[in-house]
Structure formats: C-alpha cells, structure tokens
Design a protein. Structure first.
Length: 79
C-alpha cells in the first residue's frame, strides 16, 4: 500500500477518544440542563444553568475537534 494513503493510527485513536468524551458530554449537558430548568426555584439555579450550558457547548466543540482529528489522520499529507 502506498505510504501516502495510510491512516495514522495514533492520531486516529486521539480522535476517537475525543469523540468518546463528546458522547459523554452530549448526554450529561442536556440532562443537567433539563434538571436545572425543572427546578428554577432552587438556590443553585444560575450556577447549574451556566455549567449545563457550558457542557453543551463543550460537547459541540469536542465533536468538531474529534471529527477534525480523525479527518487529519486519514487525509493529512505527510511531507
């Protein structure tokens, strides 16, 4: 097989780990957001709301970074 068309397995593993973190955040963020919005009379409403929104945003960022890392492992040109 041509060396230029091979997938870099170390970078691929790094991308899969990022997608696994993203998967956890995709469940944790909206679940915490739902629990927070159902209990808006509690004293920790605002801090939990901020944390849950940050978790949702970080899930989106990790998804982008994971997919970008996987694409780099497959299609990055090696010099």
């Amino acid at each position: 097989m041509d060396e230029q068309n091979r997938t870099d397995k170390d970078i691929l593993k790094k991308g899969i780990k990022r997608l696994a973190i993203c998967l956890v955040l995709m469940f944790l963020g909206p679940t915490l957001l739902h629990l927070t919005l159902n209990n808006d009379d509690k004293p920790l409403y605002i801090p939990l709301l901020i944390v849950s929104i940050l978790l949702c945003i970080s899930a989106i960022v990790m998804l982008f970074l994971g997919l970008n890392t996987i694409m780099d492992s497959m299609f990055k040109k090696k010099n």
